[in-house]
Design a protein around this ligand. Structure first.
Ligand SMILES: C[S@@+](CC[C@H](N)C(=O)[O-])C[C@H]1O[C@@H](n2cnc3c(N)ncnc32)[C@H](O)[C@@H]1O
Length: 211
C-alpha cells in the first residue's frame, strides 16, 4: 500500500526521512527511488550502530522486502538497491521531539509514536512532531500497533499507548489531507501477545494554518 501511494506521488529527487528507524529498513527502501537522500533518524545507540552496519551492505532478508517493492516499475528500475541505499542513506541520532520543522519532502514513521511511552499526550506530540518536520504537500506513511499494551525484550519492559484508528484520525486531521487509514487485522496470526492489529495511515501534509 505504501509503495503504491509513493509511486504515484510525483515526488522525485527528494529528501526523505524515516523517523525511529530502529532495526528496520523497509520504510527507507519504500522511499528509495523517490529520494536523493534518505535520513534514517533514530534515538538508540544500539540501533544507530546496527543502521551503520546495514547501510554499508544490507543483509539478505531485506531482499524479500525489495522484491515486493520491485513489483512496481519505479522500484524495479533501481539497478542495485543495496548500492543506492549506501549512497543515499544518512544516519542521524536524535529524538522525534527535536525534529526541525518543514525540512523533508517525504517521510515515514513506523511503530514509533505509540511505542515510546504509555502517555497518550506523548503519542500525540510525537506524531505531531513527525508531521511538522515535513514540508507542506509532502506525502507520508505511518504505522501503529493497535491497542498495544507494550512488550518485553528479555527482562526489559517497553511501554506503549493503547491507540485505535480514531486516535490516529484525530491527530492526522489537523495536519494532513487526502488521509487514508487502513486497519490490518492480525486476529488469526498475531506477531505477539498484547495488541489487536496494525494501523497504516498515509496522506499529504496540509499548508500550515489551513483546514
Ligand atoms: C517499536 S520500534 C519501531 C522500529 C522500526 N520503525 C520498525 O518499524 O520496526 C520503536 C523505535 O522508536 C525508537 N525511539 C524511541 N524513542 C524515540 C524518540 N524519542 N525519538 C526517535 N525514536 C525513538 C526506538 O529506538 C525504536 O527504534
Amino acid at each position: 500500500m505504501v509503495r503504491d501511494f509513493f509511486s504515484v506521488s510525483g515526488v522525485r529527487a527528494a529528501e526523505g526521512i524515516d523517523v525511529g528507524s530502529g532495526p528496520n529498513l523497509y520504510p527507507a527502501l519504500a522511499m528509495l527511488p523517490l529520494c536523493e537522500t534518505v535520513t534514517l533518524y533514530e534515538y538508540s545507540d544500539s540501533n544507530i550502530e546496527w543502521l551503520h552496519g546495514q547501510k554499508e551492505h544490507y543483509s539478505r532478508p531485506w531482499d524479500a522486502f525489495w522484491d515486493v517493492l520491485a513489483g512496481d516499475p519505479l522500484y524495479e528500475a533501481v539497478p542495485d538497491p543495496r548500492d543506492e541505499l549506501r549512497r543515499r542513506a544518512r544516519i542521524v541520532q536524535g529524538s522525534v521531539f527535536e525534529l526541525p520543522e518543514a525540512r523533508w519532502d517525504i517521510g515515514t514513521m513506523f511503530f514509533v509514536a505509540e511505542s515510546l511511552s504509555s502517555d497518550k499526550d506523548e503519542f500525540r506530540a510525537a506524531l505531531d512532531s513527525f508531521l511538522r518536520c515535513l514540508k507542506p504537500g509532502a506525502p507520508f506513511a505511518a504505522a501503529f500497533m493497535e491497542n498495544s499494551t507494550g512488550y518485553a525484550v528479555g527482562d526489559t519492559a517497553f511501554p506503549a499507548v493503547a491507540i485505535e484508528t480514531k486516535d490516529v484520525a484525530q491527530c492526522l486531521g489537523s495536519a494532513a489531507s487526502s488521509i487514508h487509514i487502513d486497519r490490518i487485522a492480525m486476529d488469526d496470526k498475531p506477531l505477539r501477545e498484547g495488541y489487536s492489529g496494525m494501523i497504516l495511515a498515509w496522506g499529504r501534509i496540509m499548508e500550515r494554518g489551513k483546514d
